[in-house]
Design a protein around this ligand. Sequence first.
Ligand SMILES: *[C@@H]1O[C@H](CO)[C@@H](O)[C@H](O)[C@H]1NC(C)=O
Ligand SMILES: *[C@@H]1O[C@H](CO)[C@@H](O)[C@H](O)[C@H]1NC(C)=O
Ligand SMILES: [Fe+2]
Ligand SMILES: [Fe+2]
Length: 265
Amino acid sequence: MVLFVTLGLIGGGLAAGGFVFNHEQNTLKVGSSAVKKEHMEHESWNAVVDNYVYIHNAFRNHLAYIRKGCESGKDMSKEFALWCKILELHSKVEDELLIPALDARLKEQNADNGSDKLIPEDILSGKDHDKVHDLIEAVSAMIKETNPDKGSLVSKLSELETALDEHLLQEELYVMPLMLKAFTTRELWALDSFIVNEKLGYCDKDTLIVITKWWFGNISIKEGIPLFQNFARAGNQAPMPIEDWKKLQDTIPALKPFATEDIMS
Ligand SMILES: *[C@@H]1O[C@H](CO)[C@@H](O)[C@H](O)[C@H]1NC(C)=O
Ligand SMILES: *[C@@H]1O[C@H](CO)[C@@H](O)[C@H](O)[C@H]1NC(C)=O
Ligand SMILES: [Fe+2]
Ligand SMILES: [Fe+2]
């Protein structure tokens, strides 16, 4: 399985993480202000923390690194292109898989429907992602120029950092706790497995290798170690009955075209 290929790379990834940690431990973001004790003690914590904390911090840390590179006049266009590619994939997975499944489940559970039980409107509609996307387009255009105006590029990058951080924090504050409440632990791992299931076309093996290196290289070793453990957990899940896969599949329009057997992993 793809995961085992990836696990082989993680040793190197962790070493890279350690290297970064030694040099930049004061600047790498760790954790989230949205995370409370009750989340960390929740039985499904490990099944949400990768996608709602660790990867978010990799996006923040790598973008800060790109901005600093631009500040010192380096050509960061390739780094930025990679950052964009991974963020677009992450956002696509949220818009097509995670949010539709969560929205459907919350409607089904409807029992207590106060406003804190709902997905924020701009996350549900995808508007939050559009806002970040517009700034990405602006930065992309500038960073590709032969001699970009450093001042405007850096200030646009800072604007993007702020908008991204606001967006990620919304997801950490509102979506992450709802995921914990709405799904079983096994279902959360199943949702996670869709991202790397090659049959579904989100992330092929080569992309997974690139993302894994990027991920471990852009978080603190404090998050790299539990992330490594979660990769192993993800690969060691007990089988889930096909009816339960079908139940998830039925709530996700993007998975409708697939045979249920193909979404199982
Ligand atoms: C919650 O749902 C019930 C029944 O579906 C409805 O009567 C009530 O107005 C809803 N409350 C809120 C805050 O949406
Ligand atoms: C982040 O990931 C990229 C791509 O793997 C890498 O070039 C960069 O050095 C990493 N680390 C930091 C601190 O940005
Ligand atoms: Fe997002
Ligand atoms: Fe996210």
